[in-house]
Ligand binder design. Structure first.
Ligand SMILES: Cc1cc2nc3c(=O)[nH]c(=O)nc-3n(C[C@H](O)[C@H](O)[C@H](O)COP(=O)(O)OP(=O)(O)OC[C@H]3O[C@@H](n4cnc5c(N)ncnc54)[C@H](O)[C@@H]3O)c2cc1C
Length: 466
């Protein structure tokens, strides 16, 4: 049988202990954040060479392979039902931290938090920060171009990767582990792989750009009376804080209420009753003067009427407590099943967009709840709709269609995976998708790498497991 011959060859190539099959493979995805199905086999190569050998064999057999990181992506990007999953979990080391070039070389399966801690031990800072930091891996962060809490200051993953090593579908290793900020010698190929959701190559190692470790952190929550004040407040803080603004997280009243009342652990740092609350963070180098500028910026926002009230954290415990409110996203599901969305659109369009979605949901089913929060400084909104998974098409239609005319995006964070594939047309033109398909065909003509994720292509690897 093809499947047996294939598994034997994979075992000989990368070692029996690196090939998991049967019930153990089928159950591996159970209980994690992301939906991955029941794989027929999971490959766990420990080196780039082993990844290459494994892909060469899968390519020969024309067998689909889904790369796996920490499986925290929520769009079924690692779906591998009765297919082969390739987990990078054994490639989990920080290889080098180089303070002189302010960079580090990290293996793809290294958890984000471990990479951040290794940088911090050398007084350096890797600024990517996600709620899933303990499980999400550097390879997954690269494959999804992850964003998170500090994008407003440091950019997304693509702004923080200097070099990359990837293995192509046929096993070719493309090693471009450059440490350069400037490299204009031809196409910047690494950018093509960043955000490609495992469809163009398997990321095995990366060179990450590091920054000086911040010495000051100022955090506040401010109450805001009207949406039109939010962009003014954002621009004031960017101006007055001299580039130190690192987070501008807006919580609509419903979200604030959920995370500050029992059974949530958080309590309101400011009284409820305002329509918007903003978590503001600035990172800097000089604690005393930085705290003063922070206070002055909030004071002038108060005078200008952009904020109605504010509370500034006095110590680390208070800073952590304010961040814990914003991070307590699990509360959104406490009143029943929800459908969650992360969309992107210009800040000037947000108020009208949220009003339109709210009205459409009420027309669809009166009383449907909508909870909103997001990284407003990056144009990224999270919408949480109180609806059953069975209603997903109706609700997706209400949430996604109004983005098209507003030139918004159906995905600000997790990518497209399988779940958002049907809605790609909202954000990408037919021509854009055709160029993406052409790139996919050029790098993976047999269509074995994460087939069907993001979009369909006409050729396909044959499934050998049934
Ligand atoms: C609580 C929570 C909070 C989150 N917050 C954020 C946030 O603020 N911002 C944000 O952007 N995302 C966020 N996410 C989503 C998720 O954590 C990110 O998308 C993360 O980057 C995924 O990393 P992972 O290692 O878990 O990848 P996985 O979920 O395992 O995989 C994601 C995709 O990448 C591919 N992939 C994984 N590893 C590789 C590799 N080595 N080579 C090639 N392809 C690969 C997979 O095939 C899949 O398509 C959050 C998720 C949770 C559960």
């Amino acid at each position: 049988m093809v499947a047996d011959a294939l598994i034997s060859r994979l075992e000989r190539a990368i070692g029996t202990d690196s090939v998991v099959v049967g019930e153990e493979a089928a159950m591996a995805g159970a209980g994690g954040w992301g939906r991955v199905g029941k794989p027929a086999a999971i490959l766990k190569p420990a080196t780039t060479q082993a990844v290459s050998e494994a892909l060469k064999i899968c390519h020969q057999y024309s067998v689909p392979v889904a790369p796996w990181g920490g499986r925290t992506g929520l769009v079924a990007g690692g779906w591998a039902d009765r297919e082969i999953a390739l987990s990078l979990e054994k490639m989990n080391k920080v290889e080098v931290v180089d303070p002189d070039s302010a960079s580090m070389v990290v293996q793809a399966g290294c958890p984000l938090q471990a990479a951040c801690e290794a940088a911090e031990a050398q007084n350096l800072f890797f600024p990517l920060d996600l709620g899933s930091r303990g499980s999400a891996t550097i390879g997954g962060n690269i494959a999804t171009n992850a964003g998170g809490n500090r994008v407003i200051r440091y950019g997304m993953m693509r702004e923080n990767v200097l070099g990359l090593e990837v293995v192509l579908a046929d096993g070719t290793v493309v090693s471009a582990l450059h440490h350069l900020i400037k490299n204009n010698a031809g196409y910047d190929l690494k950018q093509m792989f960043i955000g490609s959701e495992g469809t163009l190559g398997v990321v095995t190692r990366a060179v990450l750009r590091l920054r000086p470790l911040p010495q000051s952190q100022d955090v506040a929550v401010a109450a805001v009376n009207d949406f039109s004040s939010l962009p003014h407040l954002l621009h004031r803080l960017e101006r007055q804080l001299g580039g130190r603004l690192s987070a501008f997280e807006v919580m609509w009243a419903d979200f604030y209420s959920l995370v500050t009342t029992a059974p949530a652990n958080g309590r309101p740092p400011l009284p409820a009753g305002r329509p918007y609350y903003v978590l503001i963070e600035a990172l800097g180098a000089d604690p005393g003067p930085d705290a003063q500028t922070f206070q002055e910026a909030l004071g002038s926002a108060l005078e200008a009427g952009e904020i109605a009230d504010a509370v500034i954290a006095k110590d680390q415990a208070e800073r952590d407590a304010l961040w814990a409110l914003r991070d307590d996203v699990g509360q959104v599901a406490r009143n029943g099943p929800v459908l969650t969305f992360d969309v992107s659109l210009s800040i000037s369009q947000m108020q009208a967009y949220v009003a339109e979605v709210k009205a459409a949901l009420h027309t669809w089913k009166p009383g449907t709840s909508l909870v909103v929060f997001g990284h407003l400084g990056d144009g990224n909104l999270h919408l949480i709709v109180g609806a059953s998974p069975l209603d997903h098409y109706d609700v997706e239609s209400i949430v996604y269609r109004p983005l098209r005319d507003r030139l918004g995006s159906i995905s600000a964070e997790h990518g497209v995976g399988l779940d958002k594939r049907a809605w790609l047309w909202v954000t990408r033109s037919a021509e854009e998708v055709e160029v993406m398909r052409a790139v996919k065909r050029a790098l993976d003509p047999m269509n074995i790498l994460n087939p069907g994720k993001i979009f369909e292509v006409s050729v396909g690897g044959a499934a050998v497991f049934s």
